[in-house]
Design a binder for this molecule. Structure first.
Ligand SMILES: Cc1cc2nc3c(=O)[nH]c(=O)nc-3n(C[C@H](O)[C@H](O)[C@H](O)COP(=O)(O)OP(=O)(O)OC[C@H]3O[C@@H](n4cnc5c(N)ncnc54)[C@H](O)[C@@H]3O)c2cc1C
Ligand code: SF4
Length: 549
């Protein structure tokens, strides 16, 4: 075993939050060791969108790129809410029985240099300014110990590194500077939804996207292939590897160790984190810590802390887990073409994003165009989800309908409750003998009400967009399929009921910051989280050095 202390900071996890923290540490001239459990991905070799058989390739699995998770109680489903069951034309109802289950692996997060942003779609949102005070203003969840105004300058920095393209502000999010890049033009499907929304009195606008509308910082512009979540071979999507981490590496301050899974941390008598143990290619190493930045994500961060028995004097580690709730609807419009082309989620409606925007429900949601997000970009997907029948008949239908899918999705707020949490599995361990995390996630009454609103609004929108018959509806009433996860190491002013303070610093361990989605006290009304994670990470590093130098 080695014992070295040659870095100012050790960052655990190279995803959205870890990448931004490493970048900011390098900006301060600090030497950084960036450890990640997953491998490096090579965009041109690993992502297959330039190949003729691209549709057969989802986001690639590489050795070490999927962390193990397990599921506890995900809740039950009821026939009373059967209008919220997921279904499609090909398979009928997609769930069976009366329990809510994980969809596929249920938790699609990626381990790798870039973390889950390698797989993400690239929406780049700020959090609605009114979502920072859910407890004070609406009596639910918890308040953030900082305001939108505190975070605004850091949003600007993160947007510049990513190259965010946009035009109009998000509702209730003032900006001190314009978007770095012009907004993307609407795809055919988005244009149709914008028109349909207007007929219903809804305001739709260009979504702010971490995808380049013009060349930027030696990265090319997007080619609108529409398949961002399969991995972007061009490098124009603003995943952490080609933005924060690439720039951090260029500074020569940052050493990256892929396939290095941290298995335990230890503190000394003063509460300082002293040593970090990690496994790399079957070998175990121990390193002494200066500053520790923990950014393993909202599931793996509490797992590591619970296993190491650290940072938990409040008893809140693992608690207050929040998932994403979602609804999507799709069908064909006869009088449209080429809807398979374009950037995913290129148009958005923020009308219902504020915590009190939906009548009789606390917590918001937003709507986006979603043909590409649902993967309806090639003939295989049409055959799997939208077109039933056999052989000649199905082929004729494909010929008739390809490029005519219209889809809308809603993503909504999820409030924590006593039955949403992460703990350690009592018996299952990973290859290093560490208990794997277990996700418990039951939807509350507010979530079901919000899902009802999301589903009914999607149905109205899609009908106005010219879809006569729905061919697919899927949502999170009967499935857990959370791409956004939050909470579990909540930030707050009171050490008795929060894990970190307003600068992401552990209340218990003065040399530990947490800079991932685990520190969110509330999820916002459907905003994509990465930009907020990155803004918080940059702010936390700045505050740490402001207080120490
Ligand atoms: C399909 C999909 C689409 C999405 N679309 C969007 C979107 O459009 N916009 C958006 O903002 N967000 C999107 N998200 C969500 C976004 O990717 C995550 O919210 C974000 O990446 C979370 O950042 P994080 O820093 O908390 O964790 P991650 O980015 O998941 O990074 C955590 C890292 O920690 C590493 N790690 C874990 N345990 C250990 C350990 N013990 N030792 C060392 N390393 C460890 C992991 O390998 C991983 O690389 C999407 C996610 C998915 C899956
Ligand atoms: S649509 Fe643009 S950002 Fe997305 S994968 Fe294709 S080229 Fe990359």
């Amino acid at each position: 075993m080695d014992l070295k202390q040659s870095y100012d900071a050790i960052v655990i996890g190279a995803g959205a939050g870890g990448g931004a923290a490493a970048w900011r540490l390098a900006h301060h001239g600090k030497t950084v060791l960036l450890l990640d459990a997953g491998p490096r991905f090579n965009p041109t070799a690993d992502y297959k969108l330039m190949q003729p058989d691209w549709e057969r390739h989802n986001f690639p699995n590489k050795t070490g790129s999927r962390g193990q998770v397990s599921f506890g109680d995900l809740g039950r489903v009821s026939e009373q809410n059967k209008h919220l069951f997921s279904w499609n034309t090909v398979k009928g109802r997609l769930s069976a029985g009366n329990t809510r289950r994980p969809l596929g692996s249920g938790y699609e997060h990626v381990q790798g240099i870039g973390g889950s942003t390698l797989h993400f779609v690239g929406e780049a949102h700020r959090l609605n300014a009114r979502s920072f005070s859910m407890a004070s203003d609406f009596g639910v969840g918890a308040d953030w110990p900082l305001t939108y105004d505190d975070l605004e300058p850091y949003y600007v920095i993160a947007e510049k590194v990513l190259g965010v393209a946009g035009s109009e502000n998000q509702k209730e999010c003032w900006r001190s500077s314009a978007f770095p890049l012009p907004a993307h033009l609407f795809s055919p499907a988005a244009t149709r939804l914008v028109e349909a929304g207007a007929k219903l009195g809804m305001h739709w606008q260009a979504n702010s996207r971490a995808a380049l509308s013009i060349p930027y910082e030696n990265r090319p512009q997007c080619n609108y292939c529409g398949n961002c979540s399969r991995g972007c071979p061009l490098g124009d999507k603003g995943s952490s590897d080609v933005t924060f981490i690439r720039q951090a590496e260029q500074s020569n301050c940052v050493t990256i160790k892929p396939l290095s899974s941290v298995i335990r941390m230890e503190a000394d008598d003063t509460g300082h984190i002293k040593t970090i143990r990690f496994a790399n290619n079957g070998k175990y190493e121990v390193i002494e810590a200066g500053l520790v930045v923990l950014a393993a994500g909202a599931v793996q961060t509490p797992r590591l802390l619970l296993h190491s028995q650290l940072a938990n004097s409040s008893g809140q580690v693992g608690k207050n887990f929040m998932e994403l709730i979602a609804w999507s609807a799709a069908g064909f419009a006869e009088d449209i073409a080429n809807t398979h082309m374009g950037l995913p989620a290129d148009a958005i409606c923020w009308d219902f994003n504020a915590p009190d925007a939906i009548r009789d429900v606390i917590g918001g949601c937003r709507f986006t165009s979603s043909v590409q997000d649902l993967g309806l970009t090639g003939p295989i997907a049409y055959m799997q989800h939208l077109i039933s029948g056999h052989s000649h008949e199905a082929k004729a239908q494909l010929h008739k309908y390809f490029g005519k899918a219209v889809a809308v999705s809603a993503i909504g707020e999820s409030l924590p409750n006593s039955e949403t949490f992460i703990d350690l599995h009592p018996s299952e361990t990973d290859q290093n003998g560490i208990p794997i995390p277990r996700i418990h996630a039951k939807l509350g009454e507010n979530e079901i009400k919000r899902l009802n609103f999301m589903a009914s609004t999607c149905r109205r929108l899609i009908a106005k967009a010219g879809v006569k018959q729905l061919r697919l509806e899927q949502g999170t009433y009967d499935f857990f399929s959370s791409t956004h996860v939050f909470g579990t190491c909540r930030m707050g002013s009171d050490p008795l009921n929060s894990v970190v303070d307003q600068s992401g610093r552990s209340h218990d361990h003065p040399n530990m910051l947490i800079t991932d989605a685990s520190i969110f006290p509330s999820s916002g009304g459907g905003e994509a989280p990465s930009l907020t994670i990155q803004a918080l990470a940059i702010r936390s590093v700045d505050q740490y050095y402001h207080n120490h130098e």
